[in-house]
Design a protein. Structure first.
Length: 211
């Protein structure tokens, strides 16, 4: 009988190798990528049963990459990893179709269990997050400014915060620099932000980039 297939996406290579060593005992790890855009490129080709992905990744964060994959690969299970036990982040992941959510600090001991559970069609939340979610009101997530932005706007915001120029962003996203500029100023207007520094700080505070 063939073993379930897993793909890993995280920008920390040492962590990726550690997870691969753990998972290869029970699963076939068929792909490893280090940013969200690589994930979008290779996941449809590899067609894994489960994708384990970091929430914070360069070039395209895991949350928005996962949202795109849900549309093209609805049968693939998504298990998110993060350093932060933010209930709002968990709620956003669950709302967009995630099957699991783990803290990196406990992933080594829980990851295999989580993957087997989601393969059976169940949801897995790391215990500390599950406890917090019991008292979390989902309606709170809808009021956060980050949720006012479109997926495209979040892409542009992340790439700007990572230090890319408008021309570089245009090449990455395959649009014109003028369109990038349009999105940038729409974002600033929507968030009532008037400077690049504020824009970067907003991206950091909302988990689009990490420093």
């Amino acid at each position: 009988m063939s073993r379930p297939t897993v793909m890993l996406a995280d920008d920390h290579r040492l962590l990726l190798e550690a997870f691969r060593s753990i998972l290869e005992v029970e699963f076939d790890v068929i792909g490893i990528v280090t940013d969200g855009r690589e994930l979008l490129k290779f996941a449809p080709r590899l067609k894994p049963d489960v994708i384990v992905l970091d929430v914070s990744m360069p070039r395209l964060n895991g949350m928005d990459a996962g949202m795109k994959l849900r549309k093209t690969m609805p049968d693939t299970k998504l298990v998110f990893l993060t350093m932060h036990d933010d209930p709002d982040l968990v709620a956003r992941a669950m709302d967009m179709g995630a099957s699991g959510f783990l803290l990196k600090t406990s992933a080594a001991s829980e990851l295999s269990t989580a993957i087997w559970k989601v393969l059976k069609g169940k949801i897995y939340l790391t215990p500390v997050v599950a406890e917090q979610m019991e008292n979390f009101k989902k309606k709170t997530s809808g009021t956060k400014p980050i949720n006012q932005l479109t997926v495209r706007q979040r892409e542009i915001l992340q790439l700007l915060a990572e230090g890319n120029t408008m021309k570089q962003i245009a090449e990455i996203v395959c649009i014109t620099p003028r369109t990038v500029a349009y999105h940038k100023y729409r974002i600033m207007d929507s968030l009532n932000i008037s400077s690049n520094a504020e824009l970067i700080q907003f991206a950091v505070n909302n988990g689009l980039v990490s420093y």
